[in-house]
Design a protein around this ligand. Structure first.
Ligand SMILES: *Cc1c(COP(=O)(O)O)cnc(C)c1O
Length: 406
């Protein structure tokens, strides 16, 4: 079977809306257009009913009560509300926050903001696999710790942290635990009660729903978590997030959650198989290639590979009919190596030569075969042209060679 070009393999950046999700959203743009906060007529009741149904659908995905589901504009907003909201609400109790250097920018930047405001932030370092362990949290917690925020799975390398174990530690010490579960929820089984989670962020567009909709799970009992709002206004969402609800988007996130819940087990197995095929196919032929992150403690659909001695930009150029993400982020002035890969100990060069393969629901085995073939040819070609690789073959110890010469 022929594959259609370009191939999309960047599902950690965003996913296509599942057609079944879109179908459920459409009526809420047209005949069912009511404001969920309108209490005086059937248009409002209809919208409110749909929003509450979506709360039930998302709650079921993470073992939460529907009343604990708060709608936001995405995981960036959920993270900001969770972190700043808890920090400001509990400032009297203490001003110490624990997080890690592996978090998404949507956690790192709010934490940096709080540090500027006088909060004390501990930045835990992961091990070489990119994992943050519960033991590190236990050692970092102090009497004035009010919040621990650690992501469930990393967006660049897919590594899964010890979230249930961290939740247990936080529960024992009476510290609020927030997790950015944006990459994890909908892909792997999650239960906020079993995992001792008090606050959880998720985003619809990472799980085959629409962009611009997110969830913040806020625990209501044992303990009841309170947050100082960022958005103030009509008092929507238990006063924690004012603003007219994005009803079609919320219906989409609920529908996406229900599909994920029903299909997760089969989907995870299928994607793990494809990812395995991809990684083994490439590393079997390109001997220099290495997998970043943990070999098994990983999201089934995410694989991040480094191609030492190969220039990342040239590699991506050779693969331009495949949508992939590199280990570099474009800032205004330059190409910055990924801080995640650098935290794992990668050099700038290695980070630049890394590629994230983010498989998803709509990828086929034929696409994987095509990608493996393309990557092997491109990497082998670039290796042949690499003076550094020549030196390796000649037995030169590259650790003694100036990388800048590259
Ligand atoms: C995508 C992502 C976010 C941001 O989500 P948005 O809904 O796009 O704001 C936050 N955290 C992680 C881990 C992500 O992958």
């Amino acid at each position: 079977m022929a594959v259609e070009i370009p191939i999309y393999m960047d599902n950690n950046a965003t996913t296509r809306v599942d057609p079944r999700v879109l179908e459920q959203m459409l009526p809420y743009f047209t005949e069912k257009f009511g404001n969920a906060a309108s209490r005086n007529h059937s248009f409002g009741w209809e919208a409110e009913g749909a929003v509450n149904n979506a709360r039930r659908q998302f709650g079921a995905l993470i073992g939460a009560d529907p009343k604990e589901i708060l709608w936001t504009g995405g995981a960036t907003e959920s993270n900001n509300l969770a972190i700043k909201g808890a920090a400001h609400m509990y400032a009297e109790k203490g001003r110490h926050i624990i997080t890690s250097t592996m978090e998404h920018k949507a956690v790192i930047d709010p934490c940096k903001r709080l540090a500027k405001l006088g909060y004390d932030v501990t930045w835990l370092e992961p091990d070489g696999y990119g994992i943050v362990y519960a033991q590190q949290i236990a050692e970092a917690i102090r009497d004035d710790t009010i919040l621990v925020t650690i992501m469930w799975a990393n967006n660049e390398i897919g590594t899964i942290n010890e979230v249930p174990e961290i939740g247990k530690v936080c529960r024992e010490k009476g510290v609020i635990f927030h997790t950015d579960a944006t990459q994890y929820v909908g892909k792997m089984p999650a239960d906020v009660n079993e995992a001792g989670i008090d606050l959880l962020s998720a985003s619809a567009h990472k799980m085959y729903g629409p962009k611009g909709v997110g969830v913040l799970y806020v625990r209501r009992r044992r303990p009841r978590v309170r947050l100082e709002p960022i958005m103030e206004g009509g008092g929507h969402e238990r006063g924690m997030r004012s603003g007219t609800l994005n009803v079609p988007g919320i219906v989409g996130m609920g529908a996406a959650a229900e599909i994920c819940n029903n299909e997760m087990a089969n989907e995870a197995i299928r994607l793990a198989g494809l990812s395995h095929k991809l990684v083994n196919g490439i590393t079997g032929q390109v001997e220099t290639a290495v997998l970043n992150g943990h070999p098994t403690r990983r999201l089934p659909h995410t694989a991040n590979l480094s191609f030492p001695y190969v220039e990342g930009e040239s590699l991506l150029m050779a693969l331009k009919d495949i949508a992939l993400s590199s280990g570099s982020a474009c800032t205004s002035a330059s190409l910055e190596p990924s801080y995640i890969l650098k935290a794992l100990g990668a050099s700038d060069e290695l980070a630049h030569s890394s590629i994230r393969f983010g498989l998803g629901r709509f990828n086929t085995e034929e696409e994987v075969d095509y990608v493996v073939d393309k990557v092997i040819h491109a990497a082998q070609h670039l290796l042949m042209m690499s003076p550094l690789y020549d030196m390796v073959l000649e037995g030169v110890d590259l650790s003694k060679v100036e990388w800048a010469a590259h």
